[in-house]
Write a protein that binds this ligand. Structure first.
Ligand code: G6P
Length: 614
């Protein structure tokens, strides 16, 4: 979590940094701050609690002047949400300012040692210890890079830092330790940018370098010099990012989430493009290199993911087991490494992660690597850790996603899982040619089907008007649509703050049925599939107890309609692709409810888009 930005060049740094932070606000919005080196040689800091607009207002009243600066948007971990705890933090002698993403795990010990030496602290944060340590080395005569290099061995835990010092007014020093989210260095013409994520700098450059774990860099107007923590120079690769800067803007939409739900037909088209040979009826996934014999020897696929990506993984289990006949386990990234998993070199560990930086998912990948598993990822952000760590990967092609609650990356990952299942099915020879051909044809129709549910309809606002004061919702689904129920509930819960539970419909009778009354709406995902009859009887059970049913049903299904109080319709879809369509009305429903409740749709409280702390 937390977003960090740095700038060095000819322009006013505070403006560029603030603009960058705006694009990173989805990473945290408890407080924000900027530090700029003034022409008189001093560090000037401005910080404000709450949204970035509060900081912007302060900077408007009191502009910071200078052409080198750093900034931060905070998701609080150590220390409450106060101005004192807001970054940047300045060292004890005013020789350095720092912004930090991550956690210094041994900060309490370091703080105690420093306090014993008489150093006083201005905040409750872990970050401040790094400022004081670097400051101490600068006072001893070290240059900024050396001071940072000497500090890093004392720091435990994953962290990313940007340092600014009046002693070296031309450079920023950046360091990355572990998987606390990325550091991307943007290369401009006579100016350089640093950020924790690409959107912050996309307006200025698409040429970027990703700092690796245990690397640090000196960034000046003229360029960047990268070193290992041991001081060895590193020749870094420059990546060109294909995203269009316009994708980081809301355009005519009120919220990014609204924009991103609407963008799903395009995201799905891009995800399929180039990966399917429609002529031969085959899937082409060169980025997951595997020989037929390796594929046939696969004993298991373990999917590790968090949040919505975990729900996508649950759908993926159905796809992979049915189409490729390989056993699949799905686990939360945060649980996986604590359960002593059974992994062999013929196991594949598949990480699903939009950001590619979720620390728990990365930890699962590392555990997979330790056990000798093949590492695969389905990931949206090019150059992210999950992309680079993997032996085989599928890039989601969802495009830039900014709304904290994922939408288009979720559906894109479902399609990627389907492609992977077909790819493995081809290699393992578990798919008859006609099944494969039908699957490929289904993919060709998918963007059109998605297009039919991607427009907002009046029914979503009508339902929001009826139900916006309810405090509890139940979502039921079965089979492939059980994860859809989980995801529908998560969407509603995270952006509207209504308590919502997703449940496998068949389990309703083992608990949730006790909650059914006329107050709690029950959303049933009941398209005409192999468990349709069961879903109909579940809807009847809810009605028999005076419950209110919002049925997500197939177009024209009059039987199901007669069991529901309210209806959301989806077109008929092929079995494995149905979840892609079914989730979209639930995304719209959650969106409409959140808007009706006046909630902050794109930046729900306490959440962050890339969760880079454990
Ligand atoms: C956060 C986001 C979710 C996302 C989850 C996993 O909780 O708010 O939308 O599903 O992280 O993120 P990842 O980038 O790994 O898919």
């Amino acid at each position: 979590m937390c977003g960090i930005v740095g700038y060095v060049g000819p322009r006013q740094a505070a403006l560029i940094v603030l603009g960058g932070l705006k694009k990173l606000e989805y990473r945290g919005y408890d407080s924000a701050g900027v530090a700029v080196l003034h022409a008189n040689g001093g560090i000037e800091v401005e910080r404000a609690v709450g949204k970035l607009s509060n900081l912007q207002e302060r900077l408007y009243q009191k502009p910071l002047v200078g052409t080198i600066g750093i900034g931060h948007t905070r998701w609080a971990t150590h220390g409450g949400v106060t101005e004192f705890n807001a970054h940047p933090h300045v060292g004890r002698n005013g020789r350095v300012a720092v912004v930090h993403n991550g956690i210094i795990e041994n900060y309490a010990e370091l703080r105690q040692e420093m306090a014993a030496e008489g150093i006083s602290f201005n905040s409750e944060t872990d970050t401040e210890v790094a400022a004081h340590l670097v400051d101490g080395y600068l006072a001893g005569g070290a240059d900024l890079l050396t001071a940072v290099q000497r500090t890093l061995p004392a720091i435990q835990g994953a962290s990313a830092f940007v340092f600014l010092s009046p002693q070296e007014p031309e450079s920023l020093v950046v360091a990355r330790l572990g998987n606390a989210g990325g550091i991307v260095i943007g290369i401009g013409d006579g100016e350089m940018f640093v950020a924790s994520d690409i959107p912050a700098i996309l307006e200025y450059t698409r040429n970027v370098i990703f700092l690796e774990n245990r690397q640090m860099a000196r960034v000046t107007r003229a360029g960047v010099a990268i070193f290992t923590f041991e001081g060895k120079p590193v020749q870094a690769r420059v990546h060109t990012i294909p995203w269009d800067p316009v994708s980081a803007e809301k355009g005519p939409y009120r919220h990014f989430m609204q924009k991103e739900i609407s963008e799903q037909p395009r995201a799905i088209t891009d995800t399929i493009r180039g990966r399917v040979d429609f002529h031969r009826g085959r899937v082409v996934l060169d980025s997951v290199p595997l020989t037929p014999s390796e594929a046939q020897k696969l004993d298991r696929v373990i999917i590790a993911a968090c949040g919505s990506s975990y729900h996508a993984g649950l759908v993926g289990k159905f796809m992979l087991e049915t189409l490729a006949r390989v056993p699949v386990e799905v686990d939360y990234g945060s649980e996986f490494r604590y359960r002593n998993p059974l992994i062999t070199p013929t196991t594949a560990l598949l990480a699903i992660t939009q950001s590619g930086e979720t620390v728990d998912t990365l930890a699962a990948m590392e555990a997979g690597r330790e056990y000798g598993a093949k590492l695969w990822s389905i990931v949206n952000v090019i150059g992210s850790q999950a992309h680079r760590l993997a032996d085989g990967y599928i890039l989601m092609q969802a495009g830039l996603e900014i709304g904290v609650a994922t939408t288009k990356a979720f559906t894109a990952s479902l399609v990627d899982l389907y492609l992977l299942a077909l790819h493995l099915g081809q290699l393992r020879e578990t798919l008859p040619a006609e099944v494969l051909r039908r699957a490929v044809n289904d993919l060709a129709r998918l963007p059109d089907l998605v297009g039919r549910v991607s427009e907002p309809l009046p029914i979503y606002d009508e339902l929001a008007e009826i139900f916006f004061k309810r405090e509890h919702f139940l979502f039921l689904g079965r089979g492939l649509n059980y994860p859809v129920a989980l995801e529908g509930a998560l969407k509603l819960k995270e952006i509207s703050y209504i308590h919502a539970e997703g449940y496998p419909a068949g389990e309703m009778k083992h608990g949730p049925i006790a909650l059914i009354d006329e107050v709690m709406p029950v959303v049933t995902v009941a398209p005409r599939d192999n468990v349709y009859d069961k879903m109909i009887s579940q809807m009847e059970q809810v009605k028999a107890r005076n419950g209110t049913v919002i049925g997500l049903l197939q177009e024209g299904d009059e039987i199901a309609r007669s069991k529901a109080d309210y209806v959301l319709e989806v077109p008929a879809a092929p079995q494995f692709l149905a979840p892609v369509l079914n989730i979209i009305p639930l995304q719209w429903l959650a969106y409409a409810m959140a808007v009706r409740r006046g909630a902050d749709v794109d930046q729900p409280r306490n959440l962050a888009k890339s969760v880079t702390v454990e």
